[in-house]
Design a protein around this ligand. Structure first.
Ligand SMILES: O=C(O)CCC(=O)C(=O)O
Length: 332
């Protein structure tokens, strides 16, 4: 068994034995008993403890219905090609897109990289969200990855599922503890329409596991990598959330989402933030190299075979300062 798997087993062994997940929190390098959250922020002591132990925290009603409606309207305009946003990627469901031409949002699973769209980017700067982000990453904040996820009704292929993964798999910057995702439900999300599923405490392994495309019969959406040899018996939590509720989670937290068994779309908007004091790493020779090659291949098709760039360069274009001092993560 690999070192990473052993650490997962150690965490989940306790849970299977009926104990609470082990709370052997390492001291942060500054001697604080908290490692994953910052002193002096908006989080209550209970919220800090919850995030430290579990790697996520749900906060209710952080985004207003009118704000959510603005994002929904913008998403519709993008899907209907009424507006074009530079750098934006529109991703489609592998099974729906193949079967027949579907207009509008029907086959769209997500749009990503909306950092140059001031309507959607407003989400990343919301005064209700940022204090939670700075409680994890500090006051100098970059947005690094933006998505509006639109889980369509499953066409019967089960391809609307998102395999269990760690977001750090995609990120060529560190340290992981200075990265956090905010994910806001844009409507009631529940087990039937494919809410987020998390494995509490898995951020504490400190290990990025090997990912690959799962071997699903109905096909897997592009870039939906999942953890290799994932053990479905690990204890999981289903995050049922109301519109505007927001979950903040660590990039090593193992998570995914279920199939959408309803006839409606399940929408969420998210931003991954990093401290601008994070630095890029070289992913060559690591578990991230294969993914980086795949992403570079897609970018070559878009930008042209003769354009020279690295995986880091692609991320530098995605980064945008949200608050505080600029660091090394963006070219702007
Ligand atoms: O919203 C979802 O269904 C899951 C999204 C997710 O985990 C991701 O895109 O990395």
């Amino acid at each position: 068994m690999s070192e990473a798997k052993k650490r997962l087993e150690t965490i989940f062994g306790h849970v299977r034995d009926g104990q609470t997940p082990s709370v052997t929190m390492k001291l942060a390098s500054n001697g604080s008993r908290y490692r994953y959250t910052q002193d002096g922020g908006i989080l209550s002591d209970d919220q800090r403890k919850f995030y430290e132990e579990n790697g996520y925290l749900v906060v209710k009603d952080l985004v207003s219905p009118s704000e959510l409606q603005t994002y929904k309207d913008r998403f519709q305009s993008i899907c209907c090609h009424d507006v074009t946003i530079p750098g934006l990627t529109i991703m489609r469901d592998v099974a729906i897109a193949k079967s027949e031409y579907q207009p509008g949002e029907r086959a769209v699973t997500k749009i990503q990289d909306f950092q140059f769209d001031d309507v959607l980017f407003k989400y990343c700067t919301l005064p209700s969200i940022i204090p939670y982000v700075s409680s994890v990453v500090g006051d100098d904040i970059m947005s690094m990855h933006t998505m509006l996820i639109n889980k369509p009704p499953d066409p019967g292929s089960k391809s609307s599922r998102h395999p269990m993964h760690q977001d750090l798999h995609y990120f060529p910057f560190r340290p992981a503890d200075l990265i956090v995702c905010s994910w806001t439900a844009m409507e009631h999300v529940h087990r039937q329409n494919g809410c987020l599923v998390v494995l509490p405490g898995t951020h504490r392994t400190g290990v990025l596991l090997q990912h690959e495309y799962p071997k699903w019969e109905g096909g897997v959406n592009k870039m939906y990598h999942g953890i290799r040899d994932y053990d479905p018996s690990f204890p999981r939590a289903h995050l049922e959330m109301g519109p505007g509720d927001t979950v903040f989670f660590h990039p090593l937290l193992i998570h995914g989402s279920g199939m959408n068994r309803t006839s409606g779309f399940r929408k969420a908007i998210s931003c991954h933030y990093a401290s601008s004091h994070c630095h890029y790493i070289d992913v060559v020779g690591t578990v991230q190299e294969q993914l980086a090659r795949e992403v570079e291949g897609v970018a070559k098709k878009r930008l042209g075979e003769n354009v020279e760039f690295s995986y880091k360069d692609l991320w530098k274009v995605k980064g945008r300062l949200v608050q505080g001092k600029e660091g090394n993560l963006s070219i702007f």
